[in-house]
Ligand binder design. Structure first.
Ligand code: ATP
Ligand code: MG
Length: 257
């Protein structure tokens, strides 16, 4: 299993009306590696994530997770199996503390549901305490343990992004999909974020990062795939991608790169 892909797509197609968003995308992702997905605005990166997570149903092809087709597996079931993502414009709940926001990441994996919260049984309280401990550990991992009880409303943007990473990591998932985690961050916040993404690396975990910040991508990724108009146009290591003439033309050389 070590040389096979933990997460894979086979000839994935996605179409909205006449708009072919993804065309024959066949990519494999190994546990233990951090993979980057880059490409111009509208290339289909978020749509690809949506197909992996089950938020979009592909019009063709297949998503395989540990060799099993995900086509008929719901988003909730996928996250219970350890396939977790962060959303491109994810908001944290500003009324909650940082640790409470991280605990939200456990929601689909805990036994207790909303009924338990209305009629709290002893198991609900012990679950809540366990969840809070897990939330604190995840915040420790991203270097924010001391800020666990800070109201989210007063947290800086860089802190919020790290909290999103903690929320993605709190359930110890097998796959983490990060969609533009550095958007809106300054360079020192981005450097902190890069360090934390590397800390999330685990031999049993696939990490996939979509980002426009090339320094971040080149710094954290083992491999990079380039999407353009929904097609994979290049794949390679950071130095290979940096010296790829097609990539320079379609992406790195474009005015908004
Ligand atoms: N739900 C939808 N309905 C219709 N079209 C959609 C939908 N979601 C995405 N698209 C289209 O798919 C194409 C790719 O969009 P997507 O958001 O995946 O690009 P992206 O690579 O993530 O871009 P960005 O870098 O700007 O985030 C766009 O043309 C977009 O309009
Ligand atoms: Mg996007």
């Amino acid at each position: 299993m070590s040389d096979s892909f933990a997460l894979q797509t086979r000839t994935l197609d996605l179409r909205f009306g006449g708009n072919q968003v993804l065309s024959q995308v066949s990519l494999g992702f190994r546990a233990g590696e951090i993979t980057g997905l880059i490409g111009p605005n509208g290339a289909g990166k978020t749509s690809f994530f949506n197909c992996l997570s089950g938020h979009y149903q592909p019009t063709g092809g297949d998503v395989l997770f540990n060799g099993q087709s995900m086509n008929k597996v719901s988003t909730v079931q996928r996250s219970r199996r350890g396939l977790v993502r962060s959303f491109q414009h994810a908001a944290l709940c500003s009324e909650m503390t940082l640790v409470e926001n991280v605990m939200v990441g456990l929601n689909t994996t805990r036994r207790s549901g909303w009924l338990d919260a209305l009629l709290p049984l002893p198991s609900w309280w012990s679950d809540r305490e366990e969840a809070k401990s897990a939330g604190r550990r995840a915040l420790d991992l991203v270097g924010l343990g001391a800020l666990a009880d800070l109201p989210t409303a007063v947290a800086a943007p860089g802190v919020k992004r790290l909290v999103e990473l903690a929320r993605a990591a709190v359930s110890d998932p097998r796959v983490i999909l990060l969609d533009e985690p550095a958007a809106g961050l300054n360079s020192s916040e981005t450097a902190d974020l890069a360090r934390v993404i590397k800390q999330l690396r685990d031999k049993d975990r696939v990490i996939l990062v979509v980002e426009h910040d090339m320094d971040l991508i080149m710094n954290v990724c083992d491999r990079i795939h380039v999407l353009n108009f929904g097609q994979v146009v290049a794949s390679g290591t950071p130095p290979e991608i940096q010296s790829d003439a097609r990539v320079a033309e379609i992406y790195l050389g474009s005015p908004d790169a």
